[in-house]
Design a protein around this ligand. Sequence first.
Ligand code: CDP
Length: 222
Amino acid sequence: MIPIIVIDGPAGTGKGTIAALLAERLGWHLLDSGALYRVLGLAATQQQVPLNDGKKLTQLAESLALQFQDGRVLLDDADVTEAIRAEAIGMAASQVAAHSPVRSALLNWQRQCAQLPGLIADGRDLGTVVFPDAALKIFLDASAEVRANRRYKQLIEKGLSANLLALIADIRERDDRDRHRAVAPLCAAANAVLVDSTTLSISEVFDQVWKEVRRVFPHLIQ
Ligand code: CDP
């Protein structure tokens, strides 16, 4: 049995940061499933594939020359690590992610990431669809305003321009599409532990999650 911890939740809750901290602390593999949808969103934008053309997007997903290497994301050997983080690509990712055949095409890729000694995976449907038998499922949430504020600070720190009101509107639009799509909508698995990070710092969230890790994997942690 390969131990798996999944963290699902909407944009800007700190899932990626917590997942990376856990992977480092435990020495496990890390899957950022959102990066897959983002790369597909970027490839579709570059190749001018309409984001509502499920058939062409599925073909693109099936032939995606994607590699994760030492924390970098490569598409056709080009480094797209920064390019896929653009807000417009997040929005494109959420549109391509709404097509059921596209999601199926990316399912095996994600499941193959489950390797010993263990996997930490974050996204929207990791606990409900991709790894329904994961030993520990966390659902991380926070208010839309706080999440948009965090994104705003991240962009400003990177020297990029940002508009807070536009970010709040974008986050609401993306949440709405992710929560209400017909296939694999964003929702907490029935057996997920809910953590609300609205008023918590990253280290406070980490402490709560770590408590759960110790509870579920007492034999792994001294
Ligand atoms: O980092 P952030 O939370 O903004 O987004 P992300 O995790 O990189 O995901 C980008 C988009 O991909 C989301 O808005 C979802 O629509 C989609 N996604 C998904 O449908 N299923 C996943 N497991 C992960 C991401």
